[in-house]
Design a protein around this ligand. Structure first.
Ligand SMILES: [Zn+2]
Length: 449
């Protein structure tokens, strides 16, 4: 006790409205200078999609605008209290939030416009057909909690009605839901595919300068095509996308800097707030309940308990498993002393840090000699509880071609196999195979570098 703690705020990632509130900016997005990153006028934001062409906010012009005290002209109403922190300035250390901007802003809007066009203008399919396919599609085990809801009354103001993870899931699988109704080269579909490409980059767990440059161009192409297709203004969240490439260079992967986790933390508190009926001091009640829950978690549960959970693991003779010869050779290659009659624990599924893996799921491997991403289909799961490791015995899937219309990779099963530890995977998220039009597809959630 009595020690002094030192801390430093390196960056903040905030929903735009919160950022404007604590950053001293006008809180209305209909303001003339509505952006906290640049000084673009709201009318120019409708045709400038390259942020090299706008003046960015910085420490100097921010302090000048505070002194000027003319919010309609500058978009700044007061100095931010956060600027008193060492090494922090509101114009330099605030990142955007791709969840609110894209998954809860741009994507629902564009999906609404596109589906209205396909259903009512081109009459390619009906709302009932769409909802029937949404309800009946196999989204895979790991997407079941995010299964999209039905889209009701496309003519209404907000027909999409998905939360952020449902919207991400819908974006991923929409090509397999309605792609067969749509001709290749359809401009409205091209706009959707551009949005998918943008999402692949902004949700990627890795950021490179090359990806940032690609993102910059994709956003320009996307916004230009949107303006040519729809007779309506871009929303402010479209404009914020224009700065993503720069944030990616400054801060790193944007998918790691979003508010999704905070929203998950808020969700139980919001539910409790609705049911406790406290009209006097709701903050105190929620803080107390949160502390009780935290105490329960730490007292009765081990924080390390959920590192790895193996359901229904059982010992089997290695010689009785499929592709046993290859499996035994691979195990010997990593130093396990095993033979046909050796007993080994196998499992149908294993959960590691909350991520569930099961047989038949697809895992991304490294690139082959042609630089193409190779995948593996899990045949056997060999958990090693003593050192918190899981070995996956995989059938190698090689890419045949990238199907742009479905934004997915067509793959082919091979007779090659591989044993890989969970720590050697290039990405922790499992996928599943999609069988469509006599081909087998894999659709990664984001760019795998
Ligand atoms: Zn801006």
């Amino acid at each position: 006790m009595g020690k002094t703690l030192y801390y430093m705020v390196h960056y903040a990632y905030l929903p735009q409205i919160i950022c404007h509130s604590v950053g001293g900016f006008l809180e209305s997005f209909s303001a003339n200078r509505f952006c906290h990153i640049c000084l673009v006028h709201k009318q120019n934001a409708q045709h400038i999609f390259n942020d090299d062409l706008v003046e960015l906010r910085n420490r100097d012009n921010y302090s000048q605008h505070v002194e000027l005290n003319n919010p309609p002209l500058t978009g700044i109403k007061e100095d931010s209290c956060l600027n008193s922190l060492n090494f922090f300035h509101i114009t330099e250390n605030v990142c955007g939030d791709v969840m609110h901007d894209v998954l809860e802003g741009v994507a629902p809007l564009e999906l609404k416009l596109m589906l209205r066009h396909f259903v009512y203008d081109e009459q390619l399919f009906t709302e009932d057909q769409l909802n029937s396919r949404i309800a009946g599609f196999d989204y895979g085990l790991n997407n079941m909690k995010s299964k999209p809801s039905a889209i009701i009354h496309l003519t209404s103001e907000n027909p999409i009605r998905q939360n952020a993870s449902q919207m991400w899931c819908l974006l991923l699988f929409l090509p397999f839901l309605i792609g067969d109704f749509i001709d290749e080269g359809n401009k409205h579909w091209q706009l959707f595919l551009l949005l998918r490409q943008i999402c692949d980059i902004i949700f990627a767990p890795v950021a490179t300068k090359g990806l940032a440059m690609l993102l910059k161009q994709l956003v320009i192409d996307h916004h230009t095509l949107f303006k040519s297709l729809y007779d309506r203004p871009l929303i402010p969240k479209h404009h914020f996308m224009m700065h993503y490439w720069r944030m990616m260079v400054y801060f790193g992967p944007l998918g790691k800097l979003w508010c999704m986790r905070f929203e998950g933390k808020h969700a139980p508190l919001k539910r409790q707030a609705q049911v406790v009926c406290n009209f006097i001091n709701i903050s105190k009640t929620l803080a107390f309940k949160h502390q009780v829950q935290a105490m329960f978690n730490w007292k009765l549960g081990s924080p390390f308990k959920d590192k790895m959970t193996v359901a229904n693991s059982f010992p089997v003779l290695l010689g009785s498993l499929k592709e046993d010869v290859c499996l035994i050779d691979n195990l010997k290659a990593i130093g396990r002393d095993v033979g046909q009659c050796s007993s080994f624990h196998v499992a149908h599924s294993v959960t590691v840090f909350g991520q569930r893996y099961q047989t038949t799921c697809i895992l991304p491997l490294n690139c082959n000699e042609n630089g193409e991403l190779v995948f593996g289909e899990v045949m056997h799961i060999l958990p090693e509880s003593e050192n918190l490791n899981v070995l996956f015995f995989l059938r190698i899937l090689v890419p045949k071609f990238f199907q742009n219309h479905f934004h997915a990779i067509a793959v082919q099963r091979t007779e090659d196999f591989k044993l890989i530890g969970i720590r050697d995977l290039i990405d922790f998220r499992p996928m599943h195979l999609i069988f469509f039009n006599n081909d087998i597809f894999v659709n990664p959630r984001y760019e795998l570098v």
